[in-house]
Design a protein around this ligand. Sequence first.
Ligand code: CP3
Length: 366
Amino acid sequence: MSLPANASNRRRLDDAPLLVAARGGTPAQTPVWFMRQAGRSLPEYRRAREGVPMLRACLTPELVCEITLQPVRRHGVDAAILFSDIVLPLYASGVELDIVAGTGPVVNHPVRGAADVAALPGLRAEQVHGVGEAVRLLVHELGETPLIGFAGAPFTLASYLVEGGPSRNHERTKALMRSEPETWHALLGKLAENTLEFLRVQLDAGVDAVQLFDSWAGALSPHDYATYVRPHTDRILRGVAEYTDDRVPRIHFGVGTGELLGSMWECGASVLGVDWRVPLDRAVRRLTPMGGEPPVVQGNLDPAVLFADWESVRSEVDRILAEGRSAGGHVFNLGHGVLPDTDPDVLTGIVEYVHSVSRTARLDHA
Ligand code: CP3
């Protein structure tokens, strides 16, 4: 029997830099991790995945555990992120979809109207039992390194379901939201419930933080985000806060969301992810218009910068660390995921550099 997420046996990693920073404290070093750190940039990942389809890999606990650990071993990052995909709970609940190499998730029967929404299955915890099993293995293997669980937010998931696959303009999704608002809200309500259930499975199994990915929310105007999306994302983040007695940090992230940051923050995250288009100090100013406590932010090195010479990478890291100082806490990350052709040694170099610079800065201030 699994114990509830807020049970007192949840492991306490009081000094883990990621968790200290996420709670607004002063960590021994600036924590660093990378979205998509477990993935195609690593030769050991490519070997582990040979001949195993993505969605099957995600439901094989030993393989998820191994792939999740790879970047922790190699780079010395301050957190592991569970190896999975945002569409996994849809697949596990019975939605016919596939992950097509070079394309992304493709849905066989797109959701285009009220009948499709009504037919969309709910997720039952046992359908993602393999994910919980992987988390339990990982918590055991990781020692003092926190494990971040994650899920996709309703808008980004809805876009895949309605468009039937990746989309540049999200035109069918936006048409549905406007033309059939009731159908739209029913769809997002169902997706929010599924996401919350998926996160509860991970929390019960022991993840130390969660990240909610609304990768494509930046396609929306602030008005549409607030009207059609925010209530559902709010439901998830507040649901997690309640389920964990506010003890598990909640990171919320999207791409191209400069104009939405305030609205996304109001959904009840504890850390806000920022992409590279908005400097962190500007993001912090946007989130504290009347003064008050500055937020904890995560980001925001442009993943494409990692292809430049090391001096350029280092000077960008310096700039981001400086801009992050105005925040209530800073979790160093990229502004989006690691690109597949990234040289993994550059990632290791960034981890070492952020750690050494931030430790020295702490000593100078001591
Ligand atoms: O590096 C890898 O390619 C790992 C394997 C893989 C993942 N997803 C892991 C993943 C693959 C092939 C996918 C398929 C997929 N799913 C794609 C295509 C990727 C490609 O470039 O071919 C896409 C776009 C999805 C949908 C998806 N998954 C989104 C929008 C997100 C949110 C994060 C983002 O990139 O915007 C995910 C999450 C995801 N997929 C993670 C991982 C390991 C999240 C955790 C993390 O950041 O490490």
